[in-house]
Design a protein around this ligand. Structure first.
Ligand SMILES: C[S@@+](CC[C@H](N)C(=O)[O-])C[C@H]1O[C@@H](n2cnc3c(N)ncnc32)[C@H](O)[C@@H]1O
Length: 260
């Protein structure tokens, strides 16, 4: 895999069936197990999830009546809206912190199912129409990404789509990413909250983790080739699914076998 240097090569808890090599715990995973250090105001958070859900629905209008695994779902604040659109929403986050939060938030909610490592491992092959992985792969090691692509190919139905969203392109500098984030904050009238979030990222654990494991930036051609090697047909979406206008989204279809 043509990928940037990454300091951490540990395995991912994708559920036992999908476990990669090694057995360690990545620095980023430790961070996301206890993310309270970064202050993001509720309206800011809500706007972020609203944006991701709206962009997803706009990009995939046929998703109603289909199933969607939101992988690395975080707070998953728009899951009820997606379920109300007739999407069978399946949530998974490797972090116990987020899993417990979404379990409490969506207890008994129709059309929303929450997986842990063991139920993810038990998810039937070829059972999902969409897998959305938004703003997650920058935290993965090469081995973790490999395991994720393999798992996604197994779990998607033929014709299903893996959506890698909010990818940080290799060519995108930190400054441009930060400016884009502040512009987003200003557009949504959270400029000072956005500044505070950035300040917290610098002042807290996030920076310590950044020093150990940089955010992974991707060469989109190399990532597309990786997707191709896993049996996907990727394309570059014109518009990112996420708050950033400078990060990118690659929808990748698992082709249906040709009719004989
Ligand atoms: C920046 S948040 C993105 C949340 C949500 N997808 C969004 O777009 O707002 C990153 C999320 O990825 C999760 N995560 C990090 N590493 C993961 C992994 N190896 N497997 C699954 N989830 C992971 C974190 O726990 C966190 O919830």
């Amino acid at each position: 895999m043509a990928r940037p240097a990454h300091s951490n090569d540990s395995s991912i808890a994708l559920g036992q069936r999908f476990k990669g090599p090694g057995g360690g715990t990545s620095s980023w995973f430790t961070f996301w197990s206890r993310p309270e250090g970064i202050h993001i105001c509720q309206r800011h958070l809500e706007a972020r999830y609203r944006c991701v859900a709206s962009e997803f629905l706009a990009a995939f209008p046929d998703a109603a009546g289909k199933s969607l695994l939101d992988y690395g779902c975080g707070e998953a604040l728009e899951s009820r809206r997606l379920a109300q659109r007739g999407i069978a929403v399946v949530l998974y986050d490797r972090s116990d912190y987020f899993r417990q939060r979404v379990e409490r938030r969506f207890e008994g909610a129709p059309g929303i199912r929450i997986l842990d490592d063991s139920t993810l491992a038990g998810q039937a092959p070829a059972s999902l129409d969409y897998i959305l992985v938004c703003s997650v792969i920058q935290y993965l090691s090469p081995a973790e990404l490999e395991a994720l692509l393999g798992m996604a190919h197994t779990l998607l139905k033929p014709g299903g789509t893996l959506v890698l969203a909010d990818i940080i392109p290799k060519s995108l500098g930190t400054f441009a990413d930060v400016v884009d984030f502040l512009l987003y904050s200003a557009r949504h009238r959270f400029f000072f909250s956005g500044l505070r979030t950035l300040f917290d990222m610098v002042a807290t654990d996030y920076r310590a983790h950044l020093q150990h494991s940089h955010l992974v930036r991707y060469d989109l051609d190399a990532l597309s080739a990786d997707l191709g090697r896993h049996g996907f047909q990727p394309r570059r979406a014109a518009r990112n699914i996420g708050i950033s206008r400078v990060r990118r989204t690659l929808p990748a279809v698992k082709p249906a076998p040709a009719a004989s």
